[in-house]
Design a protein around this ligand. Structure first.
Ligand code: 13P
Length: 233
């Protein structure tokens, strides 16, 4: 079971230090892998404070080139130099607001994995796509842009459930996860308004191997509660 907190554009270095110091001090269930994904500017602080713990520090994106004229981008080798363990790629906010294509997401994932980072690649349909009955086709297309790798995890995040307080029902999550797993058999996280109140039921679905948590990961007690909900013990 993996519980990852995607902080998005929240928590600068100061807040990151305070959060990670507090996170370090709390007991975590042994059967849940915990990951935090701070913004680039806060990665060094997170790596430093969480060194020697089992908590992984991931970036939120990663470019496919090793270096070059790519203003605003960061490469896998730079993240590795910092002590970062992995990266998210293909988040729906990147796809929707910053024009990332399936092809770009595939390239980012491949380069990060080849460089030695773990990858959480995000997929998910919009509300209009779900209403039009296109969920399966969208998921198949997005997942097909990725290649199997032992260090690849996919996060199914229905766009209509992100930051809206609406979650997929456990059955919807299970159904989407079965589609994803039929294309690429890798561990799968559910994301989209995961909260302490709904985490246990979502994480109990057989095809759900963890959660990618946005808003509720910014508050330590709620993040901890979701981590505990992932424990089978
Ligand atoms: P929320 O948990 O805030 O809905 O965000 C989900 C998400 O986008 C995680 O990557």
């Amino acid at each position: 079971m993996l519980v990852a907190g995607n902080w998005k554009m929240f928590k600068g270095p100061g807040e990151t230090l305070a959060f990670c110091r507090a996170l370090r001090a709390v007991p975590r269930p042994a059967d849940v892998d915990v990951v935090v994904c701070p913004p680039y500017v806060s990665l060094a602080e997170a790596v430093q404070v969480l060194a020697g713990t089992e908590v992984g520090v991931f970036a939120q994106n990663c470019h496919w080139a090793d270096d070059g004229a790519f203003t605003g981008e960061v490469s896998a080798s730079m993240l590795l130099e910092l002590g970062v363990y992995g990266t998210i790629v293909g988040h729906s906010e990147r796809r929707q607001l910053f024009g990332e294509t399936d092809e770009a997401v595939g390239r980012r994932a491949r380069a990060a994995l080849d460089a030695g980072l773990d990858v959480i690649a995000c997929v998910g349909e919009t509300e209009a796509e779900r209403d039009a009955g296109e969920t399966e086709a969208v998921l198949r297309r997005q997942v097909s842009a990725l290649e199997h790798d032992d260090n690849l995890v996919i996060a199914y995040e229905p766009v209509w459930a992100i930051g809206t307080g609406r979650t997929a029902t456990p059955e919807m999550a299970q159904e989407a996860h079965e589609i994803v797993k039929s294309v690429l058999d890798v561990p799968l996280l559910y994301g989209g308004s995961v909260k302490p109140e709904n985490a246990r039921e979502l994480l109990a679905q057989p095809a759900v191997d963890g959660a990618l948590v946005g808003g509720a990961s910014l508050d330590l007690p709620s993040f901890e509660a979701i981590c505990r909900a992932g424990s089978r013990s």
